[in-house]
Design a protein around this ligand. Structure first.
Ligand code: G1P
Length: 288
């Protein structure tokens, strides 16, 4: 069965970016000229995903407007003779079919994903966290979908992190069955450094069989007083095989200021329009 749907939880408050996120959404912060959420949708579309299911909350209207058609803007651009930009704007709303579900209370990632149950139905689906931006030849979701299509099992994107950082992630352990690919049996959400089963972290790309919903329904409040997706994966692993794959490419953790700034600099250095001027500028600044 093909993976055609992706769930993108976007209801978080983005507290690490306050006050910038007081009245607008963290997912709309731009890396050069595209908001974080655009990169997440691109990651899905490259994997053949046709429907994007956003789990939104209060103050997230900008995301809906971004993926909608803006007649006023198009009219204005046409009037100015900027046909190319009109095309570019249309391409955004044509990327996929977009569905919006509200998460009324911030009860955690597991709770957010469970809100998509009725729309996903009995199909496999991807989960993409927009904070994790991955620059790679094959998108993060694409790498996982390829494994799903081969083994028909849930599969999670992984990365080795430093021991100092394990408490910021879901940490897993298991048996390496081929280079970079694991059959997982241990899952702990944000363990302290001395309790972590490994340094292998879950990063924001997942493909699940629909059986995850049954586990999410039973999952009790866990770390940080929230319903954790990692806990539901742990209970699913007692019934179904769960694979983990160290993802190829470079990941930027855009959920914190430093990671976001690193991504901004690198994406600017890869942007054909501004990279040479920007590089010159960086060299000047560093010299001072
Ligand atoms: C979430 C997950 C965590 C995962 C992380 C990846 O945490 O709960 O398991 O490792 O995303 O970015 P968050 O960063 O939302 O606190």
């Amino acid at each position: 069965m093909k993976v055609k749907k992706a769930v993108l939880p976007v209801a978080g408050f983005g507290t690490r970016f306050l006050p910038a996120t007081k009245s607008s959404s963290k997912e709309m912060l731009p890396l050069v000229d595209k908001p974080l959420i655009h990169y997440a949708v691109e990651d899905a579309v490259k994997a053949g995903i046709e429907q994007i299911i956003f789990i939104t909350g209060r103050g997230k209207r900008a995301i809906e407007d971004y993926f909608d058609i803006s007649f006023e803007l198009e009219f204005h651009l046409k009037f100015q003779g900027k046909e190319e930009l009109v095309e570019k704007m249309r391409e955004i709303s044509n990327m996929a079919d977009f569905v919006y579900i509200r998460q009324k209370e911030p009860k955690g990632l597991g709770h957010a994903v469970l809100r998509a149950k009725d729309v996903v139905g009995s199909e496999p689906f991807a989960v993409i966290l927009a904070d994790d931006v991955i620059e790679a030849k094959r998108s993060g979701t694409q790498q996982l979908v390829e494994i799903f299509e081969k083994y028909h099992c849930s599969v999670i994107g992984l990365e080795e992190v430093s021991p100092e950082d394990v408490s910021s992630y879901g940490i897993v352990a298991g048996k390496e069955i081929e280079k970079g690919m694991f059959k997982l049996d241990t899952f702990v959400e944000k363990p302290p450094k001395d309790k972590a089963p490994s340094n292998t972290a879950i990063i924001g790309r997942y493909v699940f069989t629909p059986a995850i919903f049954e586990e999410l329904e039973k999952t009790k409040v866990g770390t940080k007083g929230e319903i954790q997706l990692t806990d539901a994966i742990e209970s699913l692993s007692r019934k179904e095989v769960i694979y983990g794959k160290i993802l190829e490419g470079k990941r930027f953790d855009c959920g914190n200021k430093l990671g976001f700034l690193k991504a901004t600099v690198e994406f600017a250095l890869h942007d054909k329009e501004i990279n040479s001027e920007f590089e010159k500028y960086l060299k000047e600044v560093i010299k001072c």
